[in-house]
Design a protein around this ligand. Structure first.
Ligand SMILES: Cc1cc2nc3c(=O)[nH]c(=O)nc-3n(C[C@H](O)[C@H](O)[C@H](O)COP(=O)(O)OP(=O)(O)OC[C@H]3O[C@@H](n4cnc5c(N)ncnc54)[C@H](O)[C@@H]3O)c2cc1C
Length: 461
């Protein structure tokens, strides 16, 4: 996975919103605690650490010249070259990834759970589905779950910690009677705590801008790429200027030296909505032919969308999928930011640093459109048509200050109005961070663990 701590300003904003203990200075120790950075260039950096559970590397062994040229293109355009783990991320830089020296993914399962598996105070039950948290007199007393189709029950003596992610944590809470009273009432679920659970759903969306390049340059083709290669080799964080006085970047570029960064089968899914677009996007050829195309794909990513959605229950049945209503691009500002990202990609390809690739961006004109391909009207429509999720949902059990009516949790991640219940995952973020959400989610896990230990020590539970 690509790995960034995102912007220091993201966490400073959490703190300003009343989430005490979540400023950049507060969370940096947890980012450092998790890290085993094996990049020689960060060996002496105070912003990196060796010896943590999760190995982070910088593609040194396999990074293409094309990625280095992309970073130089940024410098040519007047941006700084940055370490995207430093918190000060506006600029262009390599993209670290959570991959070890053997090319294996440093997942949280491998780095945290496997080493702890023999502890006497830990039991891991796979293939188990939590269906409800039992609450009596506003205190959690147990957790119901299905295992191999059978109903099971775990007593809770101290507290339950929900970590189902931004889609399923709100689902579990709502199934248990914690959520918007009116919505729960519609489904016949008795409301124990009337809280805005499931609201504030935010996600990063992106759009692939593909270019074919001159044959024989240093890019990769899908038929030859190493299996473990993390194709997103470089990134950029910029301010489009559409919003003044923002403390963070509003646009991220993901750089891949590949025409089909996600594999032909996967990419096709995004195109299936509109078969008439296939020739325009250069997909009117076989998958085998597409795997051999030499190209570069850069995807602009909307970092701080104004469009906000929600998670709702479909029914009171715990195995029914919840309704995921993202409301992407419902606010017109979001498409405008994305268009600025597309225009930046064009400027990157036009730099001297990228000239040798002779990049030809595929035609972005929508079929039947009266507008030019690079007109604002066409590009905004193109964005609405082709933007896809980067799978970064957050915010559905947000934390906040005591007087914040939109918050579900207090800054110690405790569910308001219910004793013995916490949420610790990406759903707790008050708003999106400026970048990919895995590293911030692991930080939330580290900090959540500390908050729990502290409360146990102080016997607050
Ligand atoms: C395809 C994909 C690629 C991604 N790539 C990147 C990347 O390269 N870099 C990056 O920074 N981020 C990436 N992300 C985002 C990143 O994975 C998430 O931000 C992060 O995993 C969120 O962590 P979480 O703990 O909140 O939720 P999750 O990691 O989703 O963990 C939730 C867990 O709860 C379990 N669960 C849910 N409901 C129940 C239930 N009822 N009972 C029992 N268990 C349940 C789920 O099975 C899951 O294991 C990617 C996401 C996806 C989907």
């Amino acid at each position: 996975m690509v790995f960034t701590r995102c912007a220091a300003a993201d966490y400073d904003s959490f703190a300003k919103l009343g989430c005490d203990g979540w400023s950049w200075q507060d969370v940096l120790p947890y980012f450092l605690k998790m890290e085993n950075n094996i990049s020689p260039k960060f060996a002496n950096s105070p912003l990196h650490k060796v010896g943590g559970p999760l190995t982070v590397s910088n593609h040194e062994s396999c990074c293409t010249q094309a990625a280095k040229d992309f970073v130089q293109a940024g410098v040519e355009l007047g941006y700084k070259e940055v370490d995207v783990m430093s918190g000060q991320i506006i600029g262009f830089g390599d993209f670290p990834c959570s991959v070890d020296r053997f090319g294996r993914r440093s997942s949280t399962a491998r780095c945290y759970i496997h080493p702890a598996q023999t502890r006497r105070n830990l039991t891991v039950l796979c293939d188990s589905h939590v269906t409800k948290i039992d609450i009596k007199d506003k205190r959690v007393i147990g957790v119901r779950y299905l295992r191999n189709g059978k109903e099971n029950y775990a007593n809770v003596n101290k507290e339950a910690v929900v970590c189902g992610g931004a889609v399923n944590s709100p689902q579990i809470l709502m199934l248990s009677g914690i959520g918007p009273k009116a919505h729960l009432g519609e489904l016949g679920i008795a409301c124990i705590a009337d809280l805005p659970v499931g609201k504030n759903l935010q996600d990063h969306s992106a759009i692939q801008i593909k270019a074919k390049v001159r044959p024989g340059t240093d890019v990769l083709t899908l038929d030859k790429i190493a299996f473990q290669h993390n194709v997103i080799e470089a990134t950029a964080f910029v301010q489009t200027g559409l919003e003044t006085d923002i403390p963070w970047p509003d646009m991220q570029l993901h750089f891949t030296p590949v025409f089909e960064p996600f594999g032909v089968g996967v990419t096709s899914i995004h195109e299936l909505n509109s078969p008439e677009m296939l020739p325009y996007l250069g997909y009117d050829i076989t998958d085998e032919e597409r795997m051999k195309i030499e190209g570069i794909t850069i995807f602009p990513t909307l970092l701080h969308p104004r469009s906000v959605g929600e998670i709702r229950l479909r029914s009171s049945a715990p195995l029914d999928d919840p309704i995921i209503d993202y409301q992407y691009y419902s606010d017109p500002h979001d498409a405008k930011v994305m268009v600025e990202g597309i225009r930046l990609v064009k400027r990157v390809f036009e730099t001297n640093s990228m000239a040798k690739y002779e990049a030809r961006i595929l035609d972005l004109k929508l079929p039947g459109s009266k507008h030019d391909a690079w007109s604002q009207e066409n590009l905004e429509e193109f964005v609405r048509h082709f933007a896809w999720t980067l799978y970064h949902p957050i915010g559905t059990c947000k934390m906040g200050a005591a007087n914040d009516q939109t918050a579900v949790l207090d800054p110690q991640l405790r569910v308001r109005g219910v004793k013995g219940l916490r949420v610790v995952d990406a759903s707790i973020m008050p708003h999106l961070v400026s970048g990919n959400t895995n590293c911030p989610s692991i930080m939330i896990g580290e900090r959540g663990a500390d908050l729990i230990k502290r409360d146990h020590k102080n016997a607050k539970l």
